[in-house]
Design a protein. Structure first.
Length: 215
């Protein structure tokens, strides 16, 4: 049981610490909206990782084989959603800058442009959906679980420990990202700083969407 617990923790951290579009998105949401929004987004990713760990622990290679034929469409869908998020973020940053330049305060400009989907529940659902669109996550967990099974069948307790450990590890890392984003947000209090960070963050999201397609 102890070995499965360690394996679950390592699996959760292993998939979570990879820097990608979701990493940038969580930090950007936390920096430009609120820590609560960033944490909610991070929990969306952790929930998806936990669900995929559950599928891997119960279905193993069969689930990976099922997803492999639709990996291409899932990748295209994820990339398209990321491009839309980046475009929305860039447009919002520019509108906030123009509003601030017209005489409104930076805080008023930012609050006027916070869409409903970027509040905690919306951020959670948005990032949950994006993470679920990544077929590599289920393949990653399935291959790992196959190796851990080593020819034997896991009990319900084994599977539960693995899944909870993977979720906890992922949630811990996503929380670190959210807190990091919040610290960046507090440091960038000026209108120019917020604009630059929004432009850079959303440009990186767009570039990562392109990488998702060509990678």
């Amino acid at each position: 049981m102890g070995g499965i617990l360690v394996a679950g923790l390592l699996a959760g951290f292993g998939i979570a610490v990879q820097v990608g579009a979701i990493t940038v998105l969580i930090m950007t949401l936390s920096a430009h909206h609120s820590l609560r929004t960033g944490l909610a987004a991070g929990m969306g990713t952790a929930t998806a990782d936990g669900l995929y760990a559950l599928l891997a622990a119960t279905a193993g290679a069969g689930m990976a084989a099922l997803l492999r034929p639709i990996a291409g469409p899932m990748r295209w869908t994820a990339a398209a959603v990321l491009v839309l998020i980046a475009a929305k973020g860039l447009g919002g940053a520019l509108r906030s800058r123009r509003t601030a330049a017209a005489g409104a305060s930076v805080i008023e400009a930012a609050e006027a442009d916070v869409p409903v989907r970027r509040r905690p529940l919306g951020a959670y659902l948005q990032v949950l959906g994006l993470t679920l669109l990544n077929p590599l996550t289920i393949i990653y967990f399935s291959v790992l679980v196959l190796g851990l099974h080593n020819g034997r069948t896991w009990s319900v307790a084994d599977a539960a420990v693995f899944v909870l450990a993977a979720f906890a590890a992922s949630a811990c890392w996503q929380s670190v990202l959210a807190f990091g984003g919040a610290l960046i947000g507090r440091a960038l209090t000026g209108a120019r700083g917020r604009l630059v960070s929004a432009l850079v963050g959303n440009a990186v999201i767009a570039l990562l969407a392109v990488h998702l397609l060509v990678g």
